[in-house]
Design a protein around this ligand. Structure first.
Ligand SMILES: C[S@@+](CC[C@H](N)C(=O)[O-])C[C@H]1O[C@@H](n2cnc3c(N)ncnc32)[C@H](O)[C@@H]1O
Length: 322
């Protein structure tokens, strides 16, 4: 892997302002950002001197604290079990759309001393992920802002290129998969796991959850994304030219406590305060009292000892061959 860097140096003013804003917004110690910015630098391929322009796709969830907090609970074991047998120490990994980076950090522990890079379009969440890497003492891990459509790496850079729950937010998931393929080594692996909103099911049949699902589908489709992504993942991978694909599926279940009420309370907060609320209100898909009713119904469902919710996720593992 090519990893020289000239233009991203810690002692210059070339640190993009977004990092400083992220540090201020998160109230995290700027020194941590600087420290990790220096390690970001060590992985920038030669010939790249600036952060590329970001795509204009709208990320339906947004980055409200309630969203990031819930994503930060994820682990490699509960979100990437299908990939774990292939994470051999020494392998390099790129995690695209890494979010707050808890899965990425687990990868770094597993493949150490192999290098792991997390990329996300949102500087704020990258600052959060960088704090996590510092707190876990992972010096083989760095996080950078970047766009899945336009990754700043040379062809054939990483042994494993992974994405979890990002394609269903994109207007062109096939282009994203092609870009992931471009930066994967010959003999490397592309690993993707995607949810499928339309395949989620729950009990009891709470009207609030049905309304929540209808709203989510409208919001995501309004953003040009495909919320029922899981069932299409194999098709998208084949359209992107991937071959030698192993498809599979796994689930998350929210039925036992405290997971069920934590899940319900998290969504209740997101319905009222995250981009979900903003988009629903701005587009006239719901009014404030609709949102309050749905959030309250979600909380009530979460208190029901019979409450059951399953999320199905599709997965693909593709071996990269020239
Ligand atoms: C649902 S979160 C998943 C985060 C993480 N993979 C996880 O599972 O915890 C999707 C992430 O993709 C990021 N994202 C959305 N569009 C992107 C793009 N075009 N390029 C890179 N990241 C993007 C968002 O900022 C968000 O952090």
């Amino acid at each position: 892997m090519s990893s020289r860097v000239e233009s991203y140096r810690l002692n210059s003013l070339e640190i993009p302002p977004t990092y400083w804003l992220a540090a201020l917004r998160d109230k995290c110690p700027a020194i941590q950002i600087l420290k990790h910015y220096d390690s970001f630098a060590s992985t920038v391929p030669s010939g790249r001197s600036s952060v590329p322009d970001m795509s204009e796709d709208v990320y339906s969830h947004g980055h409200h604290e309630s969203v990031v907090r819930s994503h930060a609970l994820r682990t490699a074991a509960d979100s990437a079990a299908y990939l774990l047998p292939h994470l051999i120490p020494g392998r390099s990994v790129l995690d695209v759309g890494s979010g707050p980076g808890s899965i990425t950090a687990d990868f770094a522990e597993i493949v150490s001393p192999g290098r792991v890079t997390g990329v996300d379009r949102e500087a704020n969440v990258i600052a959060h992920a960088s704090e996590l890497a510092a707190s876990r003492g992972l010096d083989n891990l760095d996080f950078r802002t970047g766009d899945i459509y336009n990754l700043e790496y040379d062809d054939d850079t990483f042994d494993v290129v992974h994405a979890h729950q990002i394609l269903h937010h994109l207007t062109d998931p096939v282009a994203a998969l092609k870009e992931m393929r471009r930066v994967a080594n010959d003999g490397g692996i592309i690993a993707v796991r995607e949810g499928d909103y339309g395949a989620m099911n729950w009990y009891p049949e709470a009207p609030a959850l049905r309304d929540w699902m209808d709203l989510y589908q409208k919001i995501a489709r309004g953003n040009g994304a495909e919320p029922n992504a899981g069932r299409r993942l194999l098709n998208w991978a084949r359209q992107a030219g991937l071959t030698d694909i192993v498809p599979s599926a796994t689930t998350w279940v929210y039925a036992a406590e405290p997971e069920r009420s934590r899940f319900a309370d998290s969504w209740a907060e997101r319905i009222l305060h995250s981009s979900f609320a903003e988009q629903a209100l701005e587009r006239g898909l719901a009014n404030q009292s609709d949102l309050e009713r749905i959030a309250e119904g979600f909380r009530e469902w979460g208190q029901d000892p019979d409450g059951w919710f399953v999320m199905i996720h599709a997965e693909i593992l593709a071996s990269v061959q020239s």
